[in-house]
Design a protein around this ligand. Structure first.
Ligand SMILES: C[S@@+](CC[C@H](N)C(=O)[O-])C[C@H]1O[C@@H](n2cnc3c(N)ncnc32)[C@H](O)[C@@H]1O
Length: 372
């Protein structure tokens, strides 16, 4: 076991829960030794970290803690011209460290170019690390909690961008982010070879990410156009990314899931959340939407209770009015009605977690539930 620093993304609570769920699903032994809003220090066995970072939506960088800087090999390539960067995630003063590295580079007869953040930040952004090829042609040191660590995997924003722009069927509204899709999948604890249902699959964004993780995708959408688009997008993923995961899409009402499938390992979904809002709703409209959503969520949960063995990661909307009042339905009562309980991979993280996207008028409660 070695110590690793996981630099967490925008929603640290969600990111750490995602990480714990991901590791639990794969039965990896680990210990979270410390965590903050920025990062987590985790003791772990050796893993395929390039694959781990691709699988996680909420982790930005993974760095291996260096126990002794003197003995540690900082760079192992063959070129004598390298690039390096230092990313500081605490309030450490790293002048001494910079001097040390300069001297060390000189001693090792390496010409080293120091790369700074493209933003006015004390740390390099993932795209800086990738653009400068610091992991291949040099190194990045991460400084956190008075420790130095060497970056071994970094989130690749260019891959997300590519997938978002190249997928054959594009929809402008209702687009789930790849990041949130991955987080939901991991919260469901679906892993390679499992069958995952998205009862409101839309254009299949979430299911695409599932297939890329080797998870078989089962989607339902009441709209023929969405179901067809999902099929096209998933066939594209299978071909372009050579995913061996299977997919099955039903153009059907997810109030009737059990008519189409008998069982699945997990479910993850951003369900229908009412008509698209371009401004904060008035009370009357929010109540009207809730009255439509409540029976829909209830019926779908009842169906999922019949077929899903494991976790269900589901978003439940709530509407914030100008007055600050929240309009929502009683999801917890629904859960107990069908024998579900919230399950958190970390006892200190309480569910639901509130997620607010900057461009959304709806607040999302993220729940992870299971039949116990
Ligand atoms: C918010 S979108 C889902 C976005 C999707 N998660 C994605 O990744 O693209 C909601 C979808 O639910 C579908 N829908 C609404 N009511 C449904 C129902 N009763 N059964 C199945 N699908 C439904 C809509 O057609 C819409 O495509």
């Amino acid at each position: 076991m070695k110590d690793y620093i996981f630099i967490l993304g925008r929603d640290p609570e969600l990111s750490i829960l995602e990480l714990a769920s991901y590791l639990n699903a794969r039965k990896v032994q680990y210990k979270i030794k410390a965590r903050s809003k920025t990062a987590a220090l985790v003791s772990l066995p050796e893993l395929n970290f390039a694959k781990v970072i691709k699988g996680l939506g909420g982790t930005v960088k993974i760095a291996r803690v260096i126990s002794d800087l003197d003995s540690e090999e900082l760079y192992s390539g063959s070129s004598n011209k390298i690039k390096y960067g230092i990313s500081v995630y605490d309030d450490s003063d790293v002048d001494e460290l910079k001097e040390y590295i300069k001297t060390r580079m000189r001693q090792e007869k390496l010409k080293a170019a120091y790369k700074r953040s493209s933003r006015q930040e004390p740390f390099l952004m993932p795209n800086d690390v990738i653009r400068h090829e610091l992991m291949n042609e040099g190194f990045e040191l991460v400084v956190y909690d008075n420790m130095a660590a060497r970056t071994i995997a970094v989130f690749n924003p260019f891959e997300y961008e590519k997938r978002d722009t190249e997928r054959p069927k594009q929809r402008e509204l209702h687009m789930l982010s790849i990041r949130l899709a991955k987080i939901l999948i991991n919260l469901s604890m679906a892993k390679e070879g499992d069958d995952l249902i998205d009862p409101f699959c839309g254009y299949g964004i979430l299911l695409q990410e599932a297939m890329l993780m080797g998870v078989n995708a089962i989607g339902f959408d009441i709209s023929r156009e969405c179901a067809e688009a999902s099929k096209v997008n998933l066939a594209w993923i299978a071909k372009k990314y050579k995913s061996s995961a299977q997919f099955k899409i039903f153009n059907a009402n997810s109030r009737q899931i059990s008519r189409f499938i008998e069982k699945a390992d997990a479910a993850a979904t951003e369900p229908y959340m009412g008509p698209l809002l371009n401004k904060i709703p008035v009370r009357k409209d929010a109540i009207k939407t809730i009255q439509v959503l409540e029976p829909l969520y209830r019926d779908v949960l009842k169906e999922l209770a019949k077929v899903v063995k494991g976790n269900i990661a589901i978003i439940v909307p709530r509407f914030r009015l100008y007055s600050g009042e929240r309009i929502k339905f009683n999801f917890e009562r629904m859960l107990s009605e069908f024998g579900f309980k919230p399950v958190s991979a970390l006892s200190e993280v309480k569910l639901p977690i509130i997620y607010t996207a900057s461009d959304s008028k709806i607040e999302r409660e993220i729940w992870v539930v299971r039949k116990l």
